[in-house]
Ligand binder design. Structure first.
Ligand code: URA
Length: 440
């Protein structure tokens, strides 16, 4: 078998066999297939797609390309959560301590930023001393001791995805339904939880901008999970504007802590509580109404915040950061973007806003770029808000003074204004389980 023939076959729009998919994944994982062939292959998949059977084979090959985690040593039903990626999406930082505080063990492997989106591991690393790389034993011990660990994907777990994820990030091959589905589900299968809650984003800041495509992606991932015996449900949620008001690594930790302290923006809270309630539901904690109450009480009682502090401490971080924002790295420059006109914000190109944050240092444009944890954007107005000419739309935080003009131009170009109030958008569009797709 030759990789060049497999690339040609996919480029011609033909379906691959299980052997061909295994050949690619094994060869790429062990270094026999070079990056340039892998990127040509992923580009062919972006253009020509894969059918459900090819996607399932790709997922399986990636899930078993390295070690898998055996969570059976931890008592109780373990539940995982994964987002397809968005801008300002700090839900994992809010939800996992809530769910762990309700007694459901969280053994979660998270990713780094991808494309215009942020990643939980990059965000967590803004906490001084906090480690996200553990051996499997260390990881399991932290979960046993504190009921929660959010770690980075080690090189030994789904290594095929680890390599492909980094490659896709810099070869414009992220936006593809089979590549996203296999990337997410391979990690979730290898990570060993009993149940999985997926947050599939749709809108101008999501990899799937169209609602129908997002629902199709959600259904495909739910089917893959259920086929390998994991209870899997998905929420399709709105990414037509950044979630909450902070974009950038330490800024998002600070905002997540606000929610755990009982504050926070309504959009962020609504999505977080819906996801948390679904996690508690698939963990068997009770009916949905009861699970919603459990999640709310975990915040009201302060238990969820305490759980986050315990997690930070157990992962080697400084828990004082959680109560003192000044302990986070601070950007040298702060710059206000002002509205050029008065009017209603009717649209935000959320990808462009994510890219503006990356230009300031919050994201990567090359595989090896180093993240600036202090950089990012604090939004002062979002879609649906009325702004007066000259009022502050956002505050840019950066150590790269030379990037401010570029980021400001990207940000202003990303907004559209109208002279009438736009209709309020839904935050949650659909709930998908193995037997039902419910639209809201
Ligand atoms: N998140 C992932 O883990 N993989 C993707 O491909 C996209 C989002």
């Amino acid at each position: 078998m030759r990789m060049v023939d497999i690339i040609q076959k996919k480029k011609d729009g033909n379906a691959l066999t299980k052997e061909e998919i295994n050949f690619f994944i094994n060869g790429y994982t062990n270094g026999e297939i070079p990056d340039y062939q892998a990127s040509s292959f992923t580009m062919a998949v972006c253009f020509n797609g894969m059918n459900a059977q090819e996607t399932a084979w790709l997922t399986e090959a990636m899930a078993f390309s390295g070690d898998t985690v055996d969570l059976s040593v931890i008592e109780g039903k373990k539940v995982d959560k994964h987002s397809t990626g968005g801008v300002g999406d700090k839900t994992t930082l809010v939800i996992t301590p809530i769910v762990a505080a309700c007694g459901v063990p969280i053994a979660k492997l998270s990713g780094r930023g991808l494309g215009h989106t942020g990643g939980t591991v990059d965000k967590l690393e803004s906490i001084s001393g906090l480690k996200t790389a553990f051996t499997t034993d260390e990881f399991l011990n932290i979960v046993r001791k504190t009921g929660i660990c959010v770690a980075g994907q080690s090189a030994d777990i789904a290594p095929a995805d680890k390599k492909l994820y980094a490659l896709r990030d810099v070869t414009a091959t992220v936006r593809s339904m089979p590549l996203i589905a296999s990337s997410i589900m391979s990690k979730k299968i290898a990570a060993g939880s009993d149940a999985i809650v997926l947050d599939v984003k749709t809108g101008s800041g999501a990899f799937m901008s169209d609602l129908d495509d997002a629902v199709a992606l959600a259904k495909e991932m739910v089917a893959i999970g259920e086929n390998v015996g994991r209870t899997t449900v998905a929420l399709v949620t709105n990414m037509n504007m950044p979630l909450g008001h902070a974009i950038g690594n330490s800024l998002e930790i600070i905002e997540a802590v606000e929610v755990l302290k009982g504050g926070g923006d309504d959009d962020l809270k609504q999505v977080c509580f819906a996801l948390a309630a679904n996690m508690l539901f698939v963990a068997g904690k009770g009916d949905m109404e009861y699970c919603e109450k459990l999640a709310e009480n975990a915040v009201k009682s302060g238990e969820a915040l305490k759980k986050l502090e315990e997690m930070v401490q157990a992962q080697g971080g400084d828990p004082a950061c959680i109560s003192n924002n000044e302990l986070f790295p601070q950007a040298e420059y702060s710059y206000e973007i002002k509205a050029e006109l008065s009017g209603w914000i009717s649209f935000m190109d959320t990808v462009a806003i994510g890219e503006a944050a990356a230009v300031l240092g919050a994201g990567r444009s090359k595989k090896d770029d180093v993240i600036d944890h202090s950089a990012g954007i604090i939004l002062k107005a979002k879609t649906g808000c009325y702004v007066e000419q000259g009022s502050v739309l956002a505050v840019l935080k950066t150590n790269r003074k030379e990037s401010v003009n570029d980021a400001e131009r990207r940000f202003l170009n990303a907004l559209k204004f109208t002279d009438f109030q736009p209709e309020k958008e839904k935050l949650i569009f659909a709930h998908i389980s193995s037997n039902e797709t419910k639209y809201f």
